[in-house]
Design a protein around this ligand. Structure first.
Ligand code: GAF
Length: 391
């Protein structure tokens, strides 16, 4: 579904529910990360792009009561209501409406009062697939509130407000990558983000001979439970032992020297992060130089480090990467790795554009044979960040 089709669909749904067309429509994309995994909360570099899959919100003032926000998601059983006469509090853990509620609370905390509205929401970002469906929902909400309040936030402040919503309302201590790229993505560009300085650089990815292939394993093991916060803590501990503010300030030599003073698991976690930060910088250089085989090798190295040192991969992701590596550069695959938090979700591959169909078929067939599961495979060009479609 194109963004235009998705917009028409959401607009229709809104009109059906309220008997009039929406006054405001906004969209925010999901993302895929090419490289730089689990580096954002270590002040490192990440290199994601926004994808052509979006969360769209269509909204208007309610007919009567203007102190209520009513959110209808086409993907959820129940609508959510937020009463603006009381402080906005989180819903029970695991409720989808925590993402928009956290963003609304962030606006209110800044004195920006949206007043009541009705909104209809639909998303083509696969839910829980590691492509940042939650960041897309947060950023879409923030974009809608900007239009309603007439106050455009600075993009960095907007991304941080959305991250805070995820921390405080959804209980997920995420880094800053997903919200930044959903806000700041640009067509035909990757976003090289320095998570320490929060400076961004757009790296063109517009060579028509290469394509970004996304393979959804359609499995989801645990992440928000305890694994993600546990990794964060291990990284913080490693930095403390090394005497640095974050693992961004560590280097391979200092880490080796401190190895005996660290628990073996903590050491391996740090080795992943320190290596991944370096790989991300090299990958950005490789992309600028259109050196696709080098970028591909860095992607494989990233995957093996995430699998062995960081231990956030799973059998299904390893199978996809194994099949891709078997196809090799001759068959059109430069590189492949798991993407996002891990424990399921998606793998990302950099491939020759003219071999996309053959590669997709081979991965789908072999994955089905080995796991019994159907993968969902698609291509996305780097997309633009959040937009106001009607406002
Ligand atoms: C999840 C988090 F939300 C991101 O901040 C990032 O840490 C990612 O996992 C791993 O790179 O998507």
């Amino acid at each position: 579904m194109t963004l235009q089709e998705l917009t028409a669909h959401v607009s229709q749904q809104f009109t059906k529910a309220h008997g009039r067309p929406p006054r405001w429509i906004v969209a925010a994309p999901g993302r895929v990360n090419l490289i730089g995994e689990h580096t954002d909360y270590n002040d490192g570099f990440v290199l994601p792009m926004a994808i052509e899959f979006y969360t769209v919100m269509a909204a208007d003032r309610p007919a009567g009561d203007t102190k209520q926000i009513r959110l209808y998601s086409t993907l959820a059983d129940k609508p959510a209501s937020i009463d603006l006469t009381r402080p906005v509090k989180p819903f029970p853990k695991g409720t989808w409406s925590n993402y928009p509620a956290g963003v609304i609370a962030g606006f209110l905390a800044r004195g920006l009062k949206p007043g009541g509205f009705d909104a209809t929401i639909h998303s083509t970002v696969p839910l829980g697939g590691g492509l940042s469906s939650s960041a897309a929902l947060e950023v879409a909400t923030a974009t809608l509130l900007e239009v309603i309040t007439g106050k455009k936030l600075d993009p960095v402040e907007k991304a941080l407000l959305c991250q805070k919503a995820e921390h405080e309302f959804a209980g997920m201590p995420c880094g800053i990558m997903d919200q930044f790229v959903s806000v700041m993505g640009r067509e035909n560009h990757l976003l090289l983000l320095d998570c320490r300085s929060r400076r961004t650089e757009l790296v063109p990815l517009d060579d028509p001979s290469v394509a970004v292939l996304i393979v959804n394993t359609n499995v989801k093991h645990k992440l928000t439970g305890s694994e993600y916060p546990a990794r964060r803590k291990q990284c913080e501990l490693a930095a403390k032992i090394l005497g640095v503010p974050s693992l961004r300030s560590a280097n391979p030599k200092a880490l080796e020297d401190a190895k005996d003073r660290m628990d073996e698991v903590v050491y391996r976690r740090a080795r992943h992060v320190v290596g991944e930060i370096e790989r991300t910088v090299y990958a950005a250089e490789g992309i600028r130089a259109s050196n696709w085989p080098t970028v591909g090798q860095l992607m494989y190295a990233s995957h093996y480090s995430l699998r062995d040192d960081y231990e956030v991969s799973c059998d299904e992701l390893d199978i996809v990467v194994g099949v891709a590596e078997g196809i090799g550069v001759k068959g059109g695959v430069y590189g492949c790795r798991m993407t996002g938090g891990g424990f399921g979700g998606c793998a990302v591959a950099l491939v020759k554009a003219d071999a996309v169909d053959a590669i997709s078929k081979k991965i789908a067939d072999d994955y089905k044979t080995k796991t019994g599961i159907e993968a969902t495979i698609f291509v996305s060009r780097p997309a633009a960040g959040a937009t106001v479609i009607k406002g």
